[in-house]
Design a protein around this ligand. Structure first.
Ligand SMILES: Cc1cc2nc3c(=O)[nH]c(=O)nc-3n(C[C@H](O)[C@H](O)[C@H](O)COP(=O)(O)OP(=O)(O)OC[C@H]3O[C@@H](n4cnc5c(N)ncnc54)[C@H](O)[C@@H]3O)c2cc1C
Length: 379
């Protein structure tokens, strides 16, 4: 068993860390405060083909695996979680096109997606289809050689800057579930924006509710086999980006806390002299390491798995542990920074607001506990 990254993985992590320190960290607070989409940062990530990190090189990608995705996402998220979520959701859409699309779709979309010149968004959740996506109400009906889509999608991260939305819609009767859902690459311009929410965190990238009204698309927009999109989606594991985002926030919270408690003086010494503080910091470090180990194990298992291999145990365990680590570390970081941690002068209050999303998005942790328990009982 090897716990060390390869030289190429270490070098990729260094490259991503340098990018995050130089390009994201100096702007993170302002982007969050002004709720501004990190367009320039994402364009630079596109130039470096991080937007196609796990796509094959023949389509302009970097041909990396999910372990590398987890390493890069951790670095980006440690600087600003929203940048990591934009990139990862986009890459998740591109991966579905790569895995299940036609040659023509791959040639059309992937080279531009790899450079972030074509931006993807995921239209899966709806108002009544949150943790249970099969409750979706959006429908696509066949009309001659076209599909006609009606309904809405909710929480479409990246939508305001997206070019295409990978839109899941029912194309078969409810009794055929889960073989009654298809996926379409719908131009973002075909949607109407209904609600752009004010959110607790993740403020620089919006996830609005958008509607589709008699939108017509041809078969060239259908990705994968009709009726099988939901099942096929279950074999795509780019969702490991969510725990990786958790690791990034948990680590940033720890690093800031170590630095702050070493400097802050009270009672004639630094607060890092107090055993109570040291034990909290030790617990934070333990959370970072367990979160990262579980996340990299999940990514590695998914990289090695044959299509269809069961990685539920690893992926759900990582999701639960790493996202909770982010919340707990951010919360402890605010406490150990005292009053200044409660202000926007420091990053720790943002970590807490951003971390709070992660136990909900990507499927609430409660549903991942169900999945994990199923995997344990099935094994
Ligand atoms: C900022 C943001 C960005 C997002 N981005 C995207 C995106 O780009 N694309 C996309 O398709 N979706 C996206 N989502 C949607 C996200 O995946 C859903 O919010 C999530 O799956 C939960 O659905 P819900 O919010 O409807 O919660 P619900 O399903 O209504 O659940 C509410 C709560 O009930 C509890 N709960 C639910 N089920 C169970 C259970 N089985 N057992 C015990 N407790 C349970 C949990 O505490 C859960 O948080 C995003 C969400 C947010 C908030």
């Amino acid at each position: 068993m090897h716990f060390e990254l390869t030289e190429a993985q270490r070098s990729l992590r260094e490259e991503a860390r340098k990018f995050a320190r130089e390009e994201i960290e100096p702007r993170a607070r302002e982007l969050d405060r002004s709720e501004t989409y990190p367009e320039e940062i994402l364009a630079k990530l596109g130039e470096r083909r991080y937007a196609g990190l796990t796509l094959p090189e023949e389509y302009g990608g970097r041909g990396e695996g999910l372990v590398e995705l987890a390493l890069v996402v951790e670095e980006l998220s440690a600087a600003l979680m929203s940048v990591a979520s934009s990139l990862a959701l986009h890459l998740g859409v591109a991966t579905v096109v790569e895995r299940f699309g036609t040659d023509e779709q791959r040639d059309t979309y992937l080279p531009e997606m790899a450079t972030y010149d074509t931006v993807g968004a995921l239209g899966l959740s709806e108002a009544n289809a949150g943790s249970n996506k099969l409750q979706m109400e959006t429908r696509a009906r066949r009309d001659g050689s076209e599909w006609v889509l009606n309904g809405h999608k909710q929480w479409v991260t990246n939508f305001l800057d997206a070019d295409v939305v990978l839109t899941y819609a029912k194309t078969g009767p409810d009794e055929d579930a889960p073989h009654n859902v298809s996926a379409f690459l719908v131009p973002a311009a075909e949607f109407e924006v209904e609600t752009v929410w004010e959110t607790l965190g993740a403020k620089s990238v919006k996830s609005p509710r958008v509607t589709l009204s008699d939108v017509r698309v041809g078969d060239d927009r259908l990705v994968g086999e009709a009726g099988e999109a939901y099942v096929q989606r279950g074999t795509v594991h780019t969702g490991v980006n969510v725990p990786a985002r958790g690791v990034g926030i948990a680590r940033a919270a720890l690093e800031d806390t170590v630095e702050y408690t070493r400097d802050r003086e009270q009672y004639g010494g630094t607060i890092s002299d107090f055993q109570g503080v040291r034990w909290e910091v030790a617990k934070m470090a333990e959370r970072v390491d367990t979160a990262r180990l579980l996340t990299l194990r999940a990514a590695d298992r998914a990289d090695r798995a044959e299509a269809g291999a069961d990685v539920r145990r690893e992926t759900s365990m990582a999701k639960i542990r790493a996202t909770q680590a982010a919340v707990d570390n951010a919360n402890d970081a605010v406490q150990l920074h005292g009053g200044v941690g409660y202000t926007t002068e420091r990053d720790v209050e943002r970590y807490l607001r951003d971390a709070r999303l992660l136990t909900i998005a990507g499927g609430p942790n409660e549903t991942h506990k169900n999945t994990l328990a199923d995997a344990v009982f099935d094994s």
